[in-house]
Design a protein around this ligand. Structure first.
Ligand SMILES: [Zn+2]
Length: 138
């Protein structure tokens, strides 16, 4: 399933961009030409993110970018739908795809402050034995 591998790509991008923050929303631009089904993508993201503590529960907000062709003969820019690759103004097939191939993590929302202890405790000697229980409402 190609959505699943795209989700794994998103996961690795996010992990590099915000390795130590809890992520709440990921905004993704996906070109129409990539034939991604947003609902499938969101389902796959659920599987991928539940294994990653800082991504669990995060939301994938997908914007589908329309596929647009520019005609080399008449210069028209027309919206295209798969599988037709043809100028809608003059019918020419000499066209360039000018949008619709995007796959871009546009922005990431993170939680205001990290929740829980850091995942990679490099120095175990820093444990604090005196810990007052906190009663903050989540
Ligand atoms: Zn044309």
């Amino acid at each position: 399933m190609h959505e699943l591998s795209l989700c794994r790509s998103v996961e690795s991008i996010i992990r590099k961009a915000v390795p130590d923050r809890r992520v709440t929303v990921i905004r993704l631009d996906v070109g129409e030409w990539r034939q991604v089904i947003p609902e499938t993508m969101i389902t796959c993201w659920g599987w991928v993110s539940e294994d990653a503590p800082l991504l669990a529960g995060s939301e994938l907000a997908i914007t589908v970018v329309p596929a647009v062709l520019r005609c080399r003969d008449c210069g028209a820019e027309t919206r295209q739908r798969l599988p037709v690759f043809r100028c809608e103004a003059c019918g020419s097939v000499r066209c360039d795809l000018i949008s619709g191939e995007e796959f871009l993590v546009r922005s990431v929302d993170v939680a205001e402050r990290p929740s829980g202890p850091p995942l990679s405790a490099s120095d175990p000697a820093e444990e604090d034995p005196v810990g007052a229980p906190s009663e903050e409402a989540g």
